[in-house]
Design a protein around this ligand. Structure first.
Ligand SMILES: [Zn+2]
Ligand SMILES: [Zn+2]
Length: 426
């Protein structure tokens, strides 16, 4: 029992681990002779207390695995923070580079119930409570443009890529540089996260930074300011457009909505309580990285296989219509590349939730590897001597997911393993 408890504790609270059958065997190798030496370590799943090797599910969604989503949120926080004030291999100077936090919205697809900031009533005549389920749902579902709403989500990733190309162009233009010579002077890097609005449209939050020619390691040129960057972002957003499909004689074309918010990010040192700080930005992005459409729009957190499943699902009529629209459009041959049926539960959006340009900061993979190395160092056999190296033979096969009833009970009695980093949970 204590051994099983120890194995379960290693999951850090994951409630839906992957179970693997197999082994991992380490030998040392004499680099002079190239011969296999001693057996250093052997891990055999059959000898483990649970009978399998248990690996965290690493699901990003808080509705699927709270513990793994929390790890993902913390990692995202670290990744964003590293790009804002350095750390994890990114130099501290990035804190002095021009940086903004920008929010890109979708256009309107028809009037929806909302809470107005000026205190006036919604167009329906009511003043909605913050928790009101009708918020974000159409005033008139029959005239709401569901087709365009779903197709916009499906093209949001392409629209972002177009924007990022135009942004470099607009920055270069303002610096009096050609696109070809721009790279010799500066780089634009970013990290972004996709979030669903209540109405079911994806929007993006992004940290965008101006660096010198070699990225974060090099100081940006004198002309690089947050004002220039902001101006270039506005121009690039206005210019960005992606041509979509023609459906029943209607040519779709996609742009960002007119609502665009761009704010400079200040270092915490200069914060007087009014400015947007690095910490606030990182916490905000990290929080949304663990949410899918199921959280704000109230749709499903996994793909559907048959449209009939919708009848059983406890979701809003608005979400149901969005999913149904995606499903129906998904039958069209000319829209095959959008894979609308596979992504119907995501209301058409099939992009990555959080993405970043190569030079922004570290990667989620690097953070995971560092954590795994740290764990292994706590339990591993002694490091091989100099002049030798190790040969690792491993073979694992999938044996299922989840915990048995007894394991679930035991896991629930355990304290969750402490987190790897100490940032706030807000
Ligand atoms: Zn998990
Ligand atoms: Zn209303």
């Amino acid at each position: 029992m204590p051994a099983l408890a120890r194995q379960l504790a290693g999951l850090g609270g994951c409630t839906n681990p992957v179970r693997l059958d197999g082994h991992r065997t380490e030998y040392d190798i004499d680099t002079r002779t190239g011969e296999i030496g001693n057996l250093l370590h052997r891990l055999d799943s059959a000898t483990l207390p649970a009978g399998h090797l248990l690996v965290r599910c690493n699901n990003r969604r808080a509705t699927r695995c709270a513990a793994c989503a929390e790890v993902y949120r913390r990692d995202t926080f670290q990744l964003i923070t590293a790009g804002l004030r350095g750390g994890k291999g990114t130099p501290d100077q990035v804190a002095t580079h021009p940086r903004v936090f920008a929010t890109f919205t979708a256009p309107g697809f028809g009037p929806v119930h909302n809470r107005r900031t000026d205190g006036r009533a919604c167009r329906c005549g009511l003043r909605h409570d913050q928790e009101d389920a009708v918020l974000g749902t159409p005033l008139d579902p029959d005239t709401y443009d569901y087709e365009a709403a779903v197709l916009w989500n499906a093209h949001a990733g392409a629209l972002w890529r177009r924007f990022s190309i135009y942004l470099r162009r607009e920055v270069a233009k303002r610096a009096g540089l050609t696109q070809r010579t721009f790279r010799d002077h500066a780089r634009v890097s970013f990290a972004k996260v996709a979030e669903y609005q209540k109405r079911g449209a994806v929007h993006f939050h992004a940290v965008i930074r101006l660096d010198g020619p070699e990225g974060g390691d090099t100081p940006p040129p004198a002309w690089a300011t947050a004002e220039l960057l902001t101006d270039a972002i506005r121009a690039a957003v206005t210019a960005s457009r992606v041509e979509g499909p023609v459906i029943d004689g209607r040519a779709h074309s996609f742009t960002f909505g007119r609502q665009l918010d761009v704010r400079p990010i200040r270092s915490a040192d200069f914060d007087d309580g009014q400015e947007l700080t690095e910490r606030a930005v990182a916490a905000y992005i990290a929080k949304y990285a663990t949410k899918g459409a199921e959280t704000t729009t109230g749709t499903l957190d996994r793909p559907i296989r048959f449209l009939a499943e919708l009848a059983q699902a406890r979701i809003s009529d608005h979400a149901r219509r969005l999913i149904r629209t995606a499903w129906t459009l998904g039958a069209r041959k000319d829209l095959e590349h959008l894979r609308l049926r596979a992504w119907a539960h995501m209301l058409g959006f099939r992009g990555h939730f959080s993405t970043k340009s190569r030079r922004y900061s570290t990667t989620l993979g690097a953070l995971r590897t560092a954590r795994a190395d740290w764990r292994r160092a706590q339990t591993a056999p002694p490091v091989p001597q100099a002049g030798e190296t190790t040969l690792v033979l491993a073979h694992w096969v999938f044996a299922g997911t989840g915990l048995s009833a007894a394991e679930t009970w035991l896991a629930a009695t355990l304290e969750p393993a402490p987190g790897t980093e100490g940032e706030p949970t807000a």
